[in-house]
Ligand binder design. Sequence first.
Ligand SMILES: Nc1ncnc2c1ncn2[C@@H]1O[C@H](COP(=O)(O)OP(=O)(O)OP(=O)(O)O)[C@@H](O)[C@H]1O
Ligand SMILES: [Mg+2]
Length: 618
Amino acid sequence: MTDIIQLLPDNIANQIAAGEVIQRPASAVKELLENAVDAAATHIQLIVADAGKNLVQVIDNGKGMSETDARMSFERHATSKIKAIDDLFHIKTMGFRGEALASIAAVAQVELKTRRAEDTLGTYIEIENSVVKKQEPCACPVGTNICMKNVFFNVPARRNFLKSNAAELRHIVDEFIHVALAFPNIFFSLTSNGQQVFHLEAGNLKQRILQILGNQYASKIVAVKEETDYMNIYGFVGKPDTARKTRGEQYFFVNNRFIRSAYLNHAVMSAYDEMIAKDSFPLYVLYIDLDPSQVDINVHPTKQEIKFEDEKIMYAFVQAAVKHALAQFSIAPSLDFTLNPEIQQLEAINKPFTAEKEQSAVSSSLFKTFTQKHQAHLIEPNQKSELKHWKEFFVERETTNGKRESEESIETLSPDIQQSFQPQTKNHKLQTETAFQLHNTFIIVASEKGFFLMHQQSAHERILYERYSTAAFGKKIAAQQSLFPVTIELAASDSVLLNDLLPDLHMLGYLIEPFGNNTFVIQGTPADVLQGNEKNSIELLLEQFKHFNSEIKFSKREKLVRCMSRQQSIKAGQSLTQKEITTLIEELFACKVPNTTPNGNPTYIEFKDDYLERMFGR
Ligand SMILES: Nc1ncnc2c1ncn2[C@@H]1O[C@H](COP(=O)(O)OP(=O)(O)OP(=O)(O)O)[C@@H](O)[C@H]1O
Ligand SMILES: [Mg+2]
């Protein structure tokens, strides 16, 4: 019998191997963006057409390639990033396999223009199906400009397997966001079918996160930062009320590489403990930097799954770091500085694999920070029911009142308020006669066990929010008729918006009638609005509402209520009479959720006697 085994031709072998690396246009996006980052670019543009099916182009201002390197870059296993097997354990670049460009060239038509700063002319290469079609010198800026056209043109089965443009574009945006979040100091833009989707100026990490997630998160994320000999963790986590029902904005980066890890995700979730509802997901963008020898990124072709040398320590550190951040930024408004043995009891720290590991864990600076130096880290959870889940609280109230009233009324609050609900102050005996105003902004009032520091604007926002919510979702607020009805003329788009809001505004005490031609007559306003100020208040409200519009998770009514409570609230800097101060305190503590503003900032901070004593070393 004749022999039957043959070597596959290069282009077929390449195509098969490419299947691992390039599964869809978004895979090419990831590889090309990472190459640009590795080339030390500071300005990276991504251009796609038809969700990348017809074009994925990346233009960078990085170091470019020589003529020979440009040609070599498309060979399989051709890389400038590692030289020996040992280098694999010290990788500082995103790429190391030398497979990405070879894979792309195996399944698409590729055009490359590249020039180094030291060369006068650059190189142009056209390659398709792993075959070079053209190579010539060309004039081009320093950096690299690479196009992948008609992906899978030569593998129709794969091309047909691609999803709808919307789905493929979603994958592309995800990959783009991962790289952009990992490198905030680099400019990135994304243009899809001629429309700019992202334009991200270089900046710091917080700026980059807000550019991507939206500015509305500015006051809703808290910084995480722990440095140890073994590893550093930094980034941001959402306050409990940013938790959503869908798993969305959760990002982990290890040595600047986006990774998926159910295990570390669990560590973060457990740090939120009972602060969020069981089936909701908090936002987080966390970065872990550690010695590359402690991770193996070579376990998956797309490098998104990695293996840690010591997983348990990772878990414990991540969980502790997030807990610390949440506690430090007084997510629970009361500052309670009692020691909590919980962290020391973590299995990972308590029972490391070996005595040696135990020693290294215990001597690591993070562990020490958590056990000795700043005892504030060790915040006692749930003691005195402070962080008890809101539902449990209502069960308690139900039995004491014998009624179900509370459970129903909480339903009228928006879901994220329900989640942030931390009942705790109903029983505080506040001595309102001691209350006084500081800097026309804060109110200080003694309690039985210490004192409360309250922010007058935040407190009033909460009061109005609950009042308007009740009105908007049920009991209408009475309008006060204006003596002199005011006419207001608006731009066409504002007029459409106002028309849309009229029924809700009516519930909130505004009597407004459309008069045709983008004109409206204000017949009455809620009692809180000063007479003579009607026109201004409507204009302001529309303006704020438009800004709020990016928050798609809120209903129209919820947005309106939030805008109105912010707009009508007493501002910082306003002097208050003693009577007003007392009313403010009483009304705040009559609220269902007195301790936070509608968007989750604290309305007050409680200072307890024992903590105060301790501050003085007593
Ligand atoms: N945008 C770029 N600017 C400069 N050099 C580049 C660029 N893209 C690729 N290269 C060069 O081409 C080589 C091959 O790139 P390729 O992406 O195929 O492999 P890699 O990045 O080394 O590893 P990996 O397959 O893990 O991505 C790189 O090692 C680099 O030297
Ligand atoms: Mg690469």
